[in-house]
Design a protein around this ligand. Structure first.
Ligand SMILES: NC(=O)c1ccc[n+]([C@@H]2O[C@H](COP(=O)([O-])OP(=O)(O)OC[C@H]3O[C@@H](n4cnc5c(N)ncnc54)[C@H](O)[C@@H]3O)[C@@H](O)[C@H]2O)c1
Length: 164
């Protein structure tokens, strides 16, 4: 079997959070080159639109959806848009994340700041999985990728919330 056939994603629909830049954008382009249709959820809609146009030029469908992963209604809207415009959700790339910029000393960080970092990294990821898995189950196919960090292994006290 050829490598292209092995990685063929023709007809699959993929949601990528934070797909307007960086690792998310690179992932979106990679999946599109393998044939997947792409929904980019990003809180920078103009930049997401640009990437969607770049992806459309590869010959697959792509939509840009304004989405702040901290807002539940945006997550619901992102999944609905993918289902309506791409025919389902088969792949979820939970890519948005981040920390407190090295100001996470475990003895100084506030509960609110710790919560904010968990809302961004953990709760948004869990909620999107909850919204997408029923569609994957219906399709009989599902793949979920969560972008994390080496900080999960390489301990750094000033990144305590992000690392955990
Ligand atoms: N770049 C690195 O060195 C590195 C290292 C380890 C882990 N990571 C992780 O990889 C992921 C991507 O990082 P990156 O460096 O490519 O980031 P980036 O800053 O290049 O891109 C992040 C994208 O996410 C979007 N975004 C940010 N917050 C959002 C929100 N609340 N809702 C919707 N969209 C939002 C931004 O608009 C942007 O398009 C993150 O989870 C990050 O923690 C990055």
């Amino acid at each position: 079997m050829s490598i292209a056939k092995l990685f063929d994603l023709t007809g699959k629909a993929a949601i990528i959070t934070g797909g307007a830049n960086g690792i998310g954008k690179a992932t979106a382009l990679l999946l599109a080159k393998a044939g997947a249709n792409i929904a980019i959820g990003d809180f920078k809609p103009e930049e997401a639109e640009k990437v969607a146009r770049e992806i459309q030029n590869l010959g697959v469908k792509a939509i840009a959806v304004a989405c702040n992963v901290l807002k539940d209604e945006d997550l619901v809207n992102l999944v609905n848009a993918a289902v309506e415009e791409l025919g389902g959700v088969h792949i979820l790339i939970n890519n948005v994340g981040g920390g407190g910029g090295g100001r996470e000393n475990p003895f100084k960080i506030t509960t609110d700041e710790f919560k904010r970092i968990f809302e961004l990294n953990v709760f948004s990821t869990w909620r999107l999985c909850q919204l997408c898995v029923p569609h994957m189950k219906r399709a009989g196919y599902g793949s979920i990728v969560i972008t994390t960090s080496m900080l999960g292994i390489n301990k750094s006290p000033n990144m305590s919330a992000y690392a955990s």
